[in-house]
Write a protein that binds this ligand. Structure first.
Ligand SMILES: [Zn+2]
Length: 478
């Protein structure tokens, strides 16, 4: 599977180049391509109900590829299957009504998937994309192989020393928790809260333990917390008090898991409404036992599969030697942290080019030259997470057999997802980004510099941490 996370890539690389590059790197030819249904700066095609929202800068790719339809046509005519991906953040939707809210009730620009209106919007975009692909490929039925939801950053986190600020506390999340576990969310609205057992913010980001499955006991959680020294965040370190917190944390994780899986199921259902030949429904998550920003227990997906009316058919996740799916069919996403760092890079690039989003983010106070530098650093850090070689396939279950798909009877691996991102693309993309004028132009250099030094240096930070900071800052300033 050739993954194209942004159509921006097609500005600098032709489909032939991408396919031949993939074949060189991995030793097999891709049989399908995954294309985004939206970009972080706007939709790629018109959607009923979203009139007035500016199209993405990449909606018109080049003179040859004049729109999303052309891109689909281009790959379909090469015999490739099509998978449509969507990242539900959709920060370009105006207003705060659908937003994720933090512990203080402040909104971040991304949508909360628990909100039924968000589900409608995400499904409308995905459903329109499905219709377009089917129309373009009307003569070649079955070209649309799948639709995929990037669930790697549904629940952003922030925080500072001693304060874990995870999300979401919007009206719909609050209602959900009130229904399934009355008063549970209240225990997370204070500091320290049960999250502090497994999450620890520091000056450089948030440390986390993900080695927790649905069958982990409260005693094991307290043990892990002691081992990492996270218990120091609690003034009361009595075993009974910590166990009570571990219990609350497990109940929270279960409620959040069910809510997230339910929201994703609703998006797939609405997007595929009235279709008789369903495309495969794909979930993109990180290869962790519990994904804090995904809200999903990967093991629970495996345990629950195949359920009678299952909500998805396939999972994409990065390889984790400590955790392998045994029932759910999956593809290995050849990038550390799966799509998380990739999505967060393109999200940051969109913040830099959109005057409104730039104004409410931390980069508001930086001159365009500096933003470009931050983007370069972020891009190179992101590239370092890539696993772009045939050699990297060797360690996967099933190894290289069957063109990268698993040949072993006991593995459900279907193949792998290779991402088309390289250094040359990054340099040309960032060079040509039209960075919006920011507050520095209004405040003047000196004043902006004073603000900047307060904000601290952003340049040498891991993208994960940068994302956390960004969310945190957007929430504060929003
Ligand atoms: Zn919410």
């Amino acid at each position: 599977m050739l993954e194209i996370p942004s159509l921006a890539i097609l500005r600098y690389r032709t489909p032939e180049e991408l396919i031949s590059n993939f074949t060189q790197l991995w030793g097999v030819e891709p049989t399908a391509v995954s294309l985004p249904a939206t970009e972080f700066d706007g939709p790629l095609f018109g959607v009923d109900g979203l009139r007035g929202i500016k199209f993405s800068t990449y909606a018109s790719v080049s003179n040859v590829l004049n729109g999303f339809e052309d891109v689909v046509q281009e790959f379909a005519s090469r015999g490739m299957g099509i998978v449509l991906t969507i990242c539900p953040n959709l920060s370009f939707i105006p207003g705060e009504g659908l937003s994720v809210r933090d512990i203080l009730g402040d909104a971040s620009p991304q949508l909360c998937v628990a909100n039924p209106r968000s589900v409608e919007v995400i499904a409308a975009i995905l459903g329109t994309g499905v219709d377009i692909v089917r129309e373009v490929c009307a003569q070649q039925p079955g070209k649309l192989q799948g639709i995929a939801i990037d669930a790697t950053d549904l629940w952003p986190m922030g925080g500072s020393l001693g304060r874990v600020e995870a999300t979401c506390f919007c009206a719909f999340c609050t209602q959900h928790f009130d229904r399934v576990a009355p008063d549970l969310l209240l225990r997370f609205k204070t500091f320290p809260n049960p999250w502090s057992l497994l999450l620890k913010p520091s000056n450089t980001g948030i440390g986390f333990v993900d080695e927790v499955g649905p069958l982990t006991s409260p005693e094991e959680i307290v043990g892990l917390s002691r081992q990492r020294g996270y218990v120091e965040q609690f003034q009361n370190a009595a075993e009974s008090y910590l166990l009570e917190n571990a219990n609350l944390l497990l109940r929270y994780m279960r409620a959040r898991h069910e809510q997230t899986v339910g929201a994703i199921a609703a998006i797939f259902d609405q997007a595929c409404h009235e279709l008789d030949d369903l495309p495969r429904r794909i979930l993109i998550i990180e290869g962790e036992r519990y994904g804090w920003t995904t809200g999903i227990w990967a093991e629970e997906l495996d345990l629950a599969y195949p359920a009678g009316d299952r909500t998805f058919d396939e999972v994409w996740l990065n390889a984790n030697p400590n955790f392998i799916l045994t029932r759910v069919p999956y593809r290995v996403y050849m990038w550390r942290r799966s799509r998380y760092v990739i999505s967060s890079f393109f999200d940051l690039a969109a913040s830099a080019t959109d005057p409104t989003r730039r104004a409410i983010s931390q980069i508001a106070l930086r001159p365009p030259g500096q933003i470009r530098k931050i983007l370069y650093q972020r891009f190179y850090q992101m590239l370092a997470y890539g696993l772009n070689s045939e050699g990297a396939l060797l360690s996967l279950p099933g190894g290289l057999r069957r063109g990268g798909a698993s040949g072993e009877g006991d593995s459900t691996r279907l193949g792998f997802v290779g991402v088309s991102l390289d250094r040359e693309f990054g340099e040309r993309f960032i060079n040509q980004l039209n960075i919006a004028p920011g507050q520095v132009d209004i405040l003047g250099d000196q004043e902006a510099e004073a603000h900047q030094s307060q904000a601290g240096a952003l340049s040498n930070i891991d993208p994960h941490i940068m994302q956390l900071l960004l969310h945190q800052f957007q929430a504060r300033e929003g």
